[in-house]
Structures are given as structure tokens and as C-alpha cells.
Design a protein around this ligand. Sequence first.
Ligand code: TIU
Length: 220
Amino acid sequence: MTIAIPARPGPFQLDPERVALVVIDMQRDFVELGGFGDSLGNDVTRLQAIIPTVAALIGLFREKGWPIVHTRESHLPDLSDCPPAKLARGGALRIGDVGPMGRLLVRGEPGNAIVDACAPVDGEIVIDKPGKGMFYATSVEAELKNHGVSQLVFAGVTTEVCVQTSMREANDRGYECLLVEDATESYFAEFKAATLAMIAAQGAIVGWTTPFERLREAVE
Ligand code: TIU
């Protein structure tokens, strides 16, 4: 039995047997001062506002016993998985340089950790990804297949970069995707607004969007 979630551009038919939550890159590197996002000149405080909503969404999926995937954008310490074209870009500091929370965007460094309020617990899937999208150079597709998942509810940062890239990758692979509007944020308000609009346009060309409360009310 599916649950109809009020959403844009129309109801999202959530199937409790096939759904998983994907929380994209809720890392200190993107939401705290001294991390990678800050090093690029962004106002990271904008992103901190969604932490309670993302945590509540994670709590809802845990309560239901539905699978949860957490991603981290990260690179190996030797940066062998970081293309030169990505390494060459940045602000005052580059990927792999030492910042106040350790080496920027490097796996295992303090800044690469997911913020405490959204941290994974045992049994949840954690995916380290070298790109913006969650499918590129990762094992996530096999993990989702193992769990029988064909619908993905998305949250995390940043809306138009890693979240949208991951949604588009998922959409092309046949997953039905729902983005939780107030559980995602961008450094740029106008980019978030445009992303939400373009995802749901043309009859859900990439997927559906809805606020957390609509989702919570419908599934509880
Ligand atoms: N810069 C920016 O908006 N985002 C990223 O670099 N990565 C993610 O979105 N996770």
C-alpha cells in the first residue's frame, strides 16, 4: 500500500517497502566555519538552519525502520581520486590543504565528519563519494538493490550542487525521487529556489518536492 504525500507537481506515492532516505553531505566541511564551503567564500551559517529538520527527517525514517543512506563528499588522503581539474579550483585553500578542522575534504579528517545531530548510527549506509553525485565511483547502487529500494527521499547540502546532481543521477537510473524542501539548503537562496522549481517542472522531470511537515503528517 502506498502513501500519497502532498507534493509538487502532484502527490508522491511513497511505498514503505521500497523507499530509502538519502542525506547528502551534512558534513562539517560544508556547514561549519573553517571547512571547505567556508574556504570557497560561502556564508555557511545559511546551511546550519536546516540541521534540526534534517535530524527530524532522519528520526522519522528510523522510527519507521526504513533504510537511510548518508553520503560524504571526500577524497583519499593521497588525493588519487580527485581529478586535477577539481583540485585546481578553490579559494585561498584547496582540497587537501590544512584548515582549522584538518585537511579540507579529506576522508577521516575532523572536518569531513557528518555533524553530530545528523550522524549515522549502526546499520545505516554511509557512502564516501569523490564527486558531486552519489552514484559516480561509489557502491550505492548495489547497496540500494540489496535493500530492494526504488524510491529515494532526498535531504542535505547543497541543493543545486550535490543534491541536485545525485537526484539527476538517481532519476536516470529509474528511481522515483522526492526532495524535502526545508531539509535542503544552498549558499545561494536563488539557486535553491530555481532548483526546487526545475526539479518539479514538466510533470516532475527530475522528481517531486514537499515540505517536511507534509511528509511527516502523511506517513504518521
Ligand atoms: N560548493 C557547493 O555548493 N557544494 C559542494 O561543493 N558540495 C556539495 O554540494 N556537497
